[in-house]
Design a protein around this ligand. Structure first.
Ligand SMILES: Cc1c2[nH]c(c1CCC(=O)O)Cc1[nH]c(c(CCC(=O)O)c1C)Cc1[nH]c(c(CCC(=O)O)c1C)Cc1[nH]c(c(C)c1CCC(=O)O)C2
Length: 345
């Protein structure tokens, strides 16, 4: 697939090559910071948008057409796997995701359905529509949520600041947590392989809230499952990107799962992380997204600072350390992308 792309910078960098400039895409690049997103969002609910392939494709294409990024990311959400497994999911304005039936007991866990791939068929359909629209221009990145992060939403029933109930389960009922995590991992393998079969050019595993875990808990409740998933993907020429908040600390463990790319939050020095990893693993990141609120002069300086630090490093994809916030000015995002694209090593 990658050999036929007009712009394969992202794929080359993901496979550890030195590129003429860093490829750029941004987590949450199709979202509320774009007025054009709201034009669509005002007409449909978020889940309707995800589940209607033509609409998911329209939203996926917004940053492609308006920002000129080097990679498109499928418009969907990490929580669709949990919904397909039986989670009663809704997204409320200003509240975020909610599961009306949180999973907190063995009986709840047993109800989770792992035979749910047909319910996610709309994602494969969306991928096919998006690939027609992209028409070989840039790679399409598919994704899924990692089991620990999905578990946290299923247990808490909503976004959480401290993951109190989730950690209580890990500590008091580890066997229950493992039962749920294994079910999520099994679904995630099938789901990502479905996305690969439908035509994505790369996949990213989002373990956004791994940051909440201690070193040992990360190994036991997160890494163990991420490694299983990554080892079971039909990767061939499809690079696998592993993202978590906490990667500044967990990168050495993440590397053991053998992803092609580790996506790094903004706490660490990216070159130090890169050089500490086994040969051949690429890095993605790691601009603090809050920089995008600043003056353009500052945005430019911080991007160039990162690039100078990464000069000569093979396998570097520019991205943020986490997603774009909804109130970041569109103009600043566009400026940041132009700044990356003008740069040459
Ligand atoms: C934790 C997480 C979620 N979803 C996701 C993560 C992991 C990435 C991260 O850590 O930011 C991943 C995600 N969510 C969305 C995408 C689409 C592609 C992209 O542009 O990156 C991706 C890759 C769309 C979305 N997912 C959501 C929106 C906003 C929906 C709306 O319009 O109200 C979008 C565009 C809703 C969502 N979905 C989720 C939350 C917490 C929320 C509400 C809070 C928030 O908006 O940040 C769960």
């Amino acid at each position: 697939m990658s050999t036929t792309l007009q712009n394969d910078l992202l794929i080359r960098a993901a496979f550890g090559q030195l590129t003429e400039r860093p490829p750029v895409w941004m987590m949450r690049q199709a979202g509320r910071f774009m007025p054009e997103y709201w034009e669509i969002k005002n007409k449909y609910s978020f889940l309707e948008m995800c589940k209607t392939p033509e609409i998911a494709a329209d939203v996926t294409m917004l940053p492609v057409d308006l920002l000129g990024i080097d990679g498109a990311i499928l418009f969907s959400d990490i929580l669709v796997t949990a919904e397909a497994m039986g989670g009663d999911l809704s997204f409320e304005q200003g509240v975020g995701p909610r599961f009306a039936n949180p999973v907190r007991s063995l009986a709840d866990a047993e109800k989770l359905n792992t035979d749910c791939l047909p319910k996610l068929e709309y994602v494969a359909d969306a991928i096919k529509v998006i690939q027609q629209r992209l028409n070989g221009s840039i790679p399409l990145i598919g994704f899924a949520g990692a089991p620990f992060t999905i578990l946290s939403y299923l247990v808490e029933g909503a976004s959480s600041k401290d993951f109190k109930l989730t950690k209580l389960m890990l500590n008091n009922e580890p066997a229950l947590a493992h039962k749920i995590l294994q079910k999520i991992a099994d679904v995630t393998v099938e789901y990502l392989n479905m996305q690969i079969a439908a035509g994505v050019n790369a996949v990213q595993l989002f373990d956004s809230w791994a940051l909440a875990l201690s070193w040992n808990d990360y190994k036991e409740f997160s890494h163990y499952y991420n490694q299983q998933i990554i080892s079971k993907l039909n990767r061939k020429d499809i690079p696998v990107i592993s993202f978590c908040k906490g990667s500044s600390v967990f990168a050495p463990i993440m590397a053991e799962a053998k992803p092609d790319v580790i996506s790094v939050d903004w706490n660490a020095d990216l070159k130090n992380i890169k050089q500490s990893l086994p040969q051949g693993i690429a890095v993605q990141g790691n601009l603090d997204p809050f920089v995008l609120y600043a003056d353009k002069k500052v945005i430019r300086e911080k991007i160039h600072q990162l690039f100078e630090r990464m000069r000569g490093e093979e396998g570097f994809i520019f991205n943020l350390g986490h997603g774009i916030m909804p109130d970041i000015p569109f103009d600043n995002v566009k400026y940041a992308i132009e700044t990356v694209k003008e740069f040459r090593y």
